[in-house]
Design a protein around this ligand. Sequence first.
Ligand code: SF4
Ligand code: SF4
Length: 254
Amino acid sequence: MNNISEKEIRKVFEKAAALLPGTKYVVCKLENDIDYSGYYQSMGYNYAVLFYFPLDENVWEDYTEERMAVLQTRCFPDAGRLGNYVKELCDEAGIPYHIPSIPCDHMTPPYISPLSVKAIGVKAGAGWIGRSDLLITYEYGPKITTAGAVFYADDFTVGDPVTDNHCGNCHRCVDACPFHNIYGNAWHAGVTRDELVDYHNCSVCRYNNSTSKSTDIPGVGRKMACCGCMMACPVGIKNVLKVIEENRERRQYA
Ligand code: SF4
Ligand code: SF4
């Protein structure tokens, strides 16, 4: 027990979410069913939170890896800034909060991260897993950057888990993959990553076929930014564009 109420914690999370336009957050209970994750209740944290915000530029029209790479050099540090800001606010408020490390080895199976942001997103109700194996948020589709963490609360209201996909008859991501790594299967609770995509081949193909010939993308730690499946998804585009426009106006009048 730390006697910090849900209201106080939400106040902290909402203050943090105001840092970057369009940021949302969802919370789920941290139990032994966060797929591909190693952070369990026994480690002193009993909830997981996922903050997510939309891409800040329309790179899906006239898409090139180079444009995506430049965008990622902004978005990834932004996610780090957001994560550190939440942590700082939580420390001040006495809320136990921990940001698990993000793996940077994209070439060696089994590709398990300490805390799967996709699994939190689904369990906490942010969205579903697409045919592409990306988290497809109701709000912004897959065109997001995320910051996940674990925290302790005596009690906290969690989101409703999503158990089925809303892809319908869409196969755009399947058609968009230049390396045919997406099988086309539809996700529902229990369907594994390996039934949806050839994850290893995705990494290998992207590395070997990247048109970003330069050195590693700063802050990304890899040479490529394929993202064809992410760019092709129609879900949430209107909302992403709305936040991009709000950002533009804010910058104009700043
Ligand atoms: S990131 Fe690129 S290679 Fe990997 S599944 Fe998506 S479209 Fe295919
Ligand atoms: S592109 Fe279509 S099939 Fe692929 S994740 Fe998005 S909605 Fe689902």
